[in-house]
Design a binder for this molecule. Structure first.
Ligand SMILES: NC(=O)c1ccc[n+]([C@@H]2O[C@H](COP(=O)([O-])OP(=O)(O)OC[C@H]3O[C@@H](n4cnc5c(N)ncnc54)[C@H](OP(=O)(O)O)[C@@H]3O)[C@@H](O)[C@H]2O)c1
Length: 259
């Protein structure tokens, strides 16, 4: 197979199911996938945001479908996939991006904070991967799962025990599923973003303490959201057809530092 490098990153004919598409990284990736030719299911709880993004993408000529879903509600997943399959086709790209960051020092973190991080960042990605992969296999469609982990999945930091371990579990799920699904032509990879300013952290990163922190980390700045697009397209398009089971840090080298 010879890949045309000008076409290798395109997603024409693909159907992407993007969770957490109502803001930040999810909205950025949904826009990029639509621009690359995919039909995009925009999945989250804030319907007004999803409707606005769907209107924007449709106005640009893309196929987009807003889907209201709490990803922690496992009983609701089949109906969400049914709606996307009816409206756009069986999804062959799943982006497990919806996430929460409930942080705090370990001795002050209760089981509720731990469970909240795991419910969205890990359990939901597990359930969505199962639902999605079953449908790809039944449809005889090869595909991709892209998990949005974190640089905190690769190294620890004080105050992040619950969040970081939920993301580390997600990277290990990535490896296990990559091995199980390869026989079905489904690749499973993860992104490990460093710091990107979104609604999840803008209160801190845009404060004097946050700006000082960014000055001290190896890239000396936060990432720009568009810097996630190339890595995400690599992992979901034909350009990355032999890339499977990896967690790709997109962090300006932050993970490479000792601390
Ligand atoms: N920003 C960073 O520096 C950074 C770094 C590393 C990793 N990440 C990861 O990147 C992902 C996206 O985060 P972000 O930075 O873009 O933050 P964000 O703007 O706060 O986006 C989080 C998204 O997750 C969705 N979400 C949360 N809980 C959900 C639920 N129960 N059901 C459905 N959707 C849910 C939210 O949508 P609704 O509220 O509308 O449901 C929202 O669209 C997360 O997994 C995060 O851990 C972020």
């Amino acid at each position: 197979m010879i890949i045309d490098p000008t076409q290798a990153f395109r997603l024409d004919g693909r159907v992407a199911f993007v969770t957490g598409a109502s803001s930040g990284i999810g909205a950025t990736l949904a826009r990029a996938f639509a621009q690359a030719g995919a039909a995009v299911a925009l999945v989250a709880r804030r319907r007004d945001r999803l409707d606005a993004l769907a209107d924007e993408l449709r106005a640009a000529g893309a196929r987009a479908l807003p889907v209201t879903l709490d990803v922690t509600d496992s009983a609701a997943l089949p109906a969400a996939f049914d709606a996307v399959s009816a409206g756009l086709g069986v999804p062959d790209i799943l982006v497990n991006n919806a996430g929460v960051a409930r942080t705090g020092l370990f001795l002050k973190t209760g089981a509720a904070e731990r469970d909240a991080n795991f419910a969205t960042n890990f359990n939901a990605a597990w359930d969505l991967s199962a639902e999605s992969a079953r449908r790809m296999v039944a449809a005889g469609k090869p595909g991709c799962i892209l998990n949005v982990a974190s640089v905190l999945a690769l190294n620890g930091a004080p105050g992040y025990a619950a969040y970081a371990t939920s993301k580390a579990a997600l990277t290990h799920l990535t490896r296990c599923l990559a091995l199980e699904f390869v026989r079905h032509g489904i690749r499973v990879n993860a992104l490990a973003p460093g710091w990107f300013v979104t609604e999840m952290n803008d209160g801190f990163l845009e404060s004097p303490a946050g700006r000082e922190y960014l000055d001290r980390i190896p890239p000396r700045r936060a990432g720009r959201l568009e810097e996630l697009i190339g890595p995400a397209l690599l992992l979901t398009s034909a350009a990355g057809s032999f890339v499977n089971g990896v967690t790709l840090a997109v962090d300006g080298g932050h993970h490479a530092a000792l601390a």
